[in-house]
Design a protein around this ligand. Structure first.
Ligand SMILES: [Ca+2]
Length: 309
């Protein structure tokens, strides 16, 4: 765990995707955060000692899916599959496949294993799986503000964790996608899929992979925009925790009453031609019951003993 000092910073961005705006000032108290995302080895230790079964490994209840064919009601998760050529980027189902048997133990489905991936981030963890792990270690998941403040590494207003240029002097400083998503992965950064944690240099706070590699769960419910700046400097929000759960339902899919949390940091699938979200301000909504092959998490500890809670 790395100690992060209390501070005030500018959260969000007015220069990228609309959900990152408006940039606004926020204060966060001191906390500690894990230097890397939780690895397969760490998650295996948790499962071995508790017998925990992740959401992706549990049988589905037919009552929750009226009309669904029984063969679809088997445990599984969404796995990324490269397409054979260029596709219409509006249709995610071309590269996201519901894969029976996919879970953290079998990241690409049955037949895939964790061999050689002990130090890769655990993936296919739904929100409650991440929370259960954090409860076991006596830690918590970060709020979006805590996560973004940590990701910025003490620097204000940078587009990327390391500066304002995606690939400074041709150096790759995170695991994202080079080439044409979702069919040509040039792997200029050395990795087609997830990479071992800490394969890239740390940020200003000593934290690795705050962007790229895997998206990371936060505790905030999602809403499509940030709150604006407070009118007066006196009134900067302190330790904001996001909007109410009602804000998080997907307005384009009202039939799904599954709340959505904010995930941060982008992943090995972020490509400039599709989703330039390997940046600290970037954010996405993720249904709480859905882990995927590009989502992981890291944990934090609050310094409540200092009386700041
Ligand atoms: Ca890559």
């Amino acid at each position: 765990m790395i100690d992060i000092p209390a501070g005030t910073f500018r959260m969000g961005s007015n220069d990228h995707y609309p959900e990152e705006a408006p940039a606004h000032r926020v204060h966060v108290d001191a906390f500690s955060i894990s230097a890397t995302t939780v690895t397969n080895e760490q998650f295996a230790r948790f499962v071995d000692s508790t017998g925990y079964v992740t959401v992706a490994e549990r049988p589905l209840d037919p009552a929750d899916f009226p009309g669904a064919p029984p063969e679809n009601l088997v445990p599984g998760s969404l796995v990324f599959r490269m397409t054979s050529g260029p596709v219409d980027l509006r249709h995610l189902s071309q590269w996201w496949r519901w894969t029976p048997g996919a879970s953290w133990r079998h990241p690409e489905g049955p037949g895939s294993t964790l061999d050689g991936r002990a130090d890769h981030p655990v993936v296919h963890a739904a929100y409650e799986d991440a929370e259960a792990y954090a409860a076991w270690t006596g830690e918590e998941l970060p709020t979006e503000a805590e996560w973004e403040y940590a990701a910025r590494g003490g620097h204000e207003g940078r587009a990327f964790v390391w500066g304002d240029v995606a690939v400074p002097d041709g150096r790759y400083l995170a695991n994202f996608w080079q080439g044409d998503f979702p069919w040509r992965n040039d792997q200029s950064d050395g990795f087609a899929g997830t990479s071992p944690v800490a394969s890239f240099p740390p940020n200003g706070f000593g934290l690795h992979d705050m962007v790229g590699n895997v998206w990371e769960w936060t505790t905030d419910w999602y809403s499509a925009r940030h709150e604006a700046d407070a009118d007066k400097p006196c009134c900067i929000p302190s330790n904001p925790r996001g909007p109410d759960v009602e804000a998080s339902f997907d307005p384009r899919q009202p039939q799904f009453r599954i709340p959505r949390k904010v995930i941060k940091g982008g992943s090995f699938l972020c490509a400039d031609n599709y989703c330039q979200r390997y940046r600290p301000a970037a954010r996405r909504a993720q249904m709480v019951d859905t882990g995927m092959s590009h989502i992981g998490f890291r944990t934090i500890e609050h310094h409540d003993h200092l009386g700041t809670s």
